[in-house]
Ligand binder design. Sequence first.
Ligand code: C5P
Length: 228
Amino acid sequence: MTAPVIVAIDGPSGAGKSTVARTLANRLGVPYIDTGAMYRAIGLAAREQGIELPIEDAARVERLAESLSIGIETGPEMRVFVNGRDVTAAIREPEISRYASAVSAIPGVRRRLVAEQRRLAAESGGVMEGRDIGTKVFPETPHKFFLTAPLAVRAARRAAELESRGTPQDPSRVLTEMEKRDFDDANRAESPLTCDETYVLVDSGDRDASAVAAEIERRVRERASPGG
Ligand code: C5P
């Protein structure tokens, strides 16, 4: 592969994007870039500023996003820093999922982060996961995958993940919140989550992440060097 390879993995929450994208990045030897973590970092900062949900003063959040330094350390794992502070663990709290979804609907927040995401992957490529990677961040990449699974499967996975992190939540609440967040992400005016014909649709409902990563790797390699 000559030009840096950029693989877009979009889809709703809990579809297994993170594990699949991380595994795939390791196999392809490119950085793994979790763009949701960047929206979460701004969500965390908004909550720490005392901003409440639903967000009423979008301009204040845009100013906040402009003023923050968001640092990303790529590698097999990815670490996120806000003004030099490591927030990698703090952004995983369930409340920050709601904040991330709320701040991500604000155009100025997206403008700022999309510019950074392009810069991050421009030099060395990457496997980038999010909601708008194939539609807005790198629409020209030929490697676009829309990863999904039935809602009940995704919610059960997220509940298990929260439990293993030591922040268990009632499974029915996890499902309701996930459904709301997916609805909001797919119906917002700015860069909604959408799957069009330029994507390969991949269902992770009945397969584990390593099988899904293997399928995507095969498709990426085929497309990157057809016939070779
Ligand atoms: O992927 P993750 O669940 O960490 O993303 C948190 C939230 O950030 C999503 O619900 C979505 O609202 C937002 N997001 C986005 N665009 C991206 C990645 C995440 O709007 N590229």
